[in-house]
Design a protein around this ligand. Structure first.
Ligand code: K7E
Ligand code: CUA
Length: 671
């Protein structure tokens, strides 16, 4: 059965050009769950009120730039974690504390396109410490701390122009990687685009990732000017190697849908990163001037800081023999995945009629025997037959991504024929197939790209939903579908809509995360210079046209709650500390006419909002999070007077002090 829906542009153009044969069958009806009565499927995903889900699942938000956290099997959305885009809901990227997270060498960037969540691992098994995710447009990688579900660190990747093959991790999380999707002149230069083949290069970056707050590019490998698409680390016997797909080995620079689809085979680049480490240690990499920004949250102040870095170690494979080999792979491959044993390297050739599987053992033998077809930019191209373990024949159309269940089976998404295909490692036989709705990109099995899959569920991440949900105007939701893979036949259990485009996801048993949660930040550990740790410590102060207000929030008031003496022309900073020391007692803060966002204050945290009054008058502020029975009473006023007014600076907690001769209303620290 071939079901064609939503043929993508890159296929559509080819089909029109006659380069690919496509069926034209089209879905008209809405099939029900395959193999399960609706009631049975419902009971499999039913998590009774008051009960927890079995898995945390972390979905990329795609062009939302964020990470969305769901429970499985229920498909309930638990949290949206802001990463690469401003998030007015909690002030991320708007407040003075987190703005710096979005700094780059291009300046402050309020949005990006996130694709691949990646769990940290210990010995090849996801461990629930951190989640990494990449920014595609302005290449960056981020770390989310899974004790707080907050983004704590973002590193820009230099000499890159599309951080797509990222941020896949080595089994020990020593490195995460980032390879450039778009090749560009390195260093950047003003050159004719027609001279692509001469000037354009790719890079693969290995980023040190095992110490929070200290992510940095350990080294970069200079690559031929292809497009690098995805990657995965070896494991077990292939530990120490990393595999990346490339396409556009034609080095086309226009009409890629046609011109980059000429070659029968492109390459999987096999990178021996232990060898690269060795060459770097031997001084074979050069210090290459490169500007990039590292943003991190100081654990004491919980304020974000940016630092500019100015150089990377750049390794040319020509100076480090044996560091990279190319494995010929049909045809414009997209995903590359390594099975749990570390022996098989599976590529998804978007335009291929087979799923090619390379053997790590055969690759080692082919390298030893120098079975090279040719050398490209100093990189040996191994013979296809010499490295091939097998091909899955007639799997469907448009194989993209593969994951594993840990029981000897692999599952591949078929973008064009809209199905998941289950096949057997070693025999390469198709065992089962199930339609999905529609056009799946990635799929995800909890731990399914690691040494230890929890092979009970599979999630298909679908690009097109058409008739699956109530329609919502011209843009329809994207979707996830939960499939039971515990038995020999796959069974469809559940559809649930996603936020943004769920390119990829990761999931892990809840037990590895849920008991490690930070419940509140200890006030005694709060090193924010503007923290206010008790009600009577608040106040207002002025330095020129800058007015700082130090304030606490507690159920159910702010202190101070009346402020006077602010003048036109002032910039006011509200430094609000939530002095609650109890789980999930959150307050908010907003003031009439503020142009950025609210603040959300987690217990024990200090956040700062900048506010520029626009006219004299009285401006209320209030708590935006319904925190208590008297939440609606949690409010206050700021009086704004004309410039040069004689109204004295006053905060009501300091009224008493101000009334005493010689006392000053000015309190508070300095930044
Ligand atoms: Cu296939 Cu960006 Cu991983 Cu989307 S990518 S599908
Ligand atoms: Cu504090 Cu509502």
């Amino acid at each position: 059965m071939i079901r064609i829906v939503g043929v993508p542009r890159w296929i559509g153009g080819l089909a029109a050009a006659g380069a690919v044969l496509l069926g034209t069958a089209c879905t008209k009806t809405r099939p029900q769950s395959q193999g399960l009565a609706a009631g049975d499927a419902a009971s499999r995903v039913y998590v009774p009120p008051g009960s927890y889900d079995e898995f945390y699942a972390f979905f990329s938000g795609g062009y939302s730039g964020q990470v969305n956290v769901y429970g499985l099997p229920s498909g309930r959305l638990i949290k949206e974690v802001p990463v690469f885009s401003q998030f007015a809901q909690d002030g991320y990227g708007y407040d003075e504390d987190t703005k710096a997270m979005l700094n780059t060498t291009y300046g402050f960037i309020p949005w990006d396109d996130a694709h691949h969540p990646e769990m940290s691992m210990t010995d090849g098994v996801p461990d629930g410490r951190w989640l990494f995710i990449n920014a595609n447009n302005t290449p960056r990688v981020a770390r989310i701390d899974l004790t707080t579900f907050e983004t704590d660190e973002i590193l820009q990747v230099p000499n890159s122009a599309g951080g797509h093959a990222s941020p896949f991790a080595t089994p020990d999380t020593k490195y995460i990687v980032s390879a450039t999707r778009f090749s560009v002149p390195i260093p950047q230069a003003d050159v004719p685009i027609a001279d692509y083949a001469k000037h354009f290069k790719g890079t693969i970056s290995f980023i040190r990732a095992d110490e929070p707050g200290k992510m940095d590019v350990a080294f970069q490998i200079l690559m031929p000017g292809f497009d690098y698409d995805l990657g995965h680390a070896g494991k077990g016997p292939s530990d120490g190697w990393f595999f990346f797909t490339s396409y556009n080995t034609e080095q086309a620079h226009e009409k890629l849908e046609l011109n980059a689809s000429q070659n029968d085979k492109d390459y999987v680049a096999a990178v021996n990163y232990k060898k690269a480490e060795q060459c770097v240690a031997e001084g074979k990499a050069k210090d290459f001037p490169s500007r990039y920004v590292h943003n991190y949250v100081d654990p004491g102040t919980r304020q974000a800081h940016s630092e500019l870095k100015t150089s990377v170690k750049l390794l040319d494979p020509a100076n480090c023999e044996g560091v990279v080999y190319f494995l010929p792979t049909p045809k414009s491959p997209h995903g590359v995945n390594v099975d749990p044993t570390g022996e098989y390297i599976v590529a998804g050739g978007k335009l291929s009629t087979v799923i090619p599987v390379h053997s790590f053992t055969k690759m080692q033998a082919a390298i030893a025997a120098k079975k090279f077809d040719k050398i490209v930019d100093g990189i040996p191209v191994l013979n296809y037959e010499a490295v091939l373990a097998g091909e899955v024949k007639n799997p469907g159309l448009g194989p993209l991504h593969t994951e594993f269940d840990g029981k000897g089976n692999a599952y591949t998404t078929m973008f064009i024929s809209s199905e998941i295909v289950k096949w057997k490692l070693g025999t390469w036989e198709v065992e089962d197939r199930i339609p999905v709705y529609y056009s799946p990109g990635h799929l995800m099995i909890p731990g399914g790209d690691s040494k230890q899959p929890w092979g009970k569920y599979l999630v298909s991440l679908d690009k097109i939903t058409k008739d699956r949900y109530l329609p919502t105007g011209p843009e329809l939701s994207q979707s996830a579908q939960l499939i039971d893979i515990s038995g020999p036949k796959m069974k469809m259990l559940l559809d649930f809509p996603t936020i943004g485009e769920p390119h990829y996801a990761q999931a892990i048993p809840a037990s590895l995360i849920k008991d490690k949660q930070v419940r509140y930040f200890k006030l005694t550990d709060n090193k924010d210079p503007w923290a206010t740790k008790s009600e009577d410590a608040g106040g207002i102060s002025r330095k020129g046209h800058r007015v700082d207000v130090k304030m606490i929030a507690i159920r159910s008031h702010f202190a101070p709650d009346n402020l006077e003496g602010v003048q036109m022309g002032d910039t006011v900073y509200f430094h609000v500390t939530n002095i609650e020391q109890d789980w999930d007692i959150v307050h908010g803060f907003a003031v009439l006419g503020n142009k950025n966002s609210e603040l959300i204050l987690t217990p024990g945290a200090t956040r700062t909002l900048q506010w520029v009054p626009q006219a004299p008058g009285i401006y209320p502020f209030y708590c935006t999070d319904f925190c208590s029975a008297l939440h609606q009473e949690m409010q206050g006023y700021v009086r704004v007077s004309p410039a040069g007014s004689s109204v004295p600076l006053m905060a009501n907690v300091s009224r008493k002090a101000a009334a005493q001769p010689g006392a000053s209303a000015e309190k508070g620290g300095s930044r």
